[in-house]
Design a protein around this ligand. Structure first.
Ligand SMILES: [Zn+2]
Length: 216
């Protein structure tokens, strides 16, 4: 009861530390955009709402941990072995949009400007050691061949790493003769896809440029 009182009244910071809570603060502080202070606020909220928040969150997190993984064909998230992202759908056009990460896929999906498939590379080539072999480029080539894809839209960031990666993708697809295009106007130099607003993204999609002769 003493803990509950202190937690409810926001006095936790004056209390002696509790191991479980310290551990949780450390973990939550590692999430994007959160430091120890916001971690403590989140934990207080959870403790003060044990049944409404903490219990369902524990359950759902357990299920996500058990069931959700990255699909090794398209790089997106799948539940159990069922990947909705790369399995055939008559509603989708025969186009693949290649992005760096899942947050990019979500941004493009939310803007409703693309009705084809997504391929998530898992990053870009970069100076900290990620090589093109570490990205799902070979899997992309296999998908394009297998699913008779008509256009590959490269939507990597307008950074040196993003554009170098785009070049490698273009080279890898050269032999297949598929139409390849790349997001262009509207993308700010140095801009990351996930941080763009819908209008900019829409313009970049509409004005994408062809990268090979098949694009004309
Ligand atoms: Zn998949």
């Amino acid at each position: 009861m003493v803990l509950v009182y202190q937690v409810l009244s926001g006095l936790y910071s004056f209390m002696e530390s509790i191991n479980e809570i310290d551990e949780l603060v450390k973990i939550i502080s590692r999430l994007p955009g959160l430091g120890p202070k916001s971690a403590k606020r989140i934990i207080l909220k959870l403790i003060n709402n044990r049944d409404e928040l903490m219990k369902p969150m524990t359950k759902v997190l357990g299920e996500v941990y058990k069931n959700i993984s990255r699909c090794n064909l398209c790089g997106s998230l799948r539940s159990n072995d069922n990947c909705k992202n790369c399995s055939f759908s008559s509603k989708k056009s025969k186009k693949i949009c290649v992005v760096e990460n899942i947050a990019d896929q979500w941004s493009i999906e939310n803007s409703n400007i693309f009705d084809g498939y997504f391929h998530i590379l898992g990053g870009t080539v970069n100076s900290s050691g990620q090589r093109k072999e570490d990205l799902l480029i070979n899997a992309l080539v296999a998908r394009v061949k297998k699913d008779n894809i008509e256009e590959v839209i490269i939507a990597t960031s307008a950074t040196v790493e993003g554009q170098t990666t785009a070049y490698y993708i273009q080279e890898s697809l050269k032999e297949i003769g598929v139409k390849i295009s790349k997001l262009a106007q509207g993308l700010p130099i140095g801009g990351e896809i996930e941080s763009l607003d819908d209008g900019t993204l829409f313009s970049a999609f509409k004005n994408r440029t062809g990268l090979n002769s098949e694009s004309d």
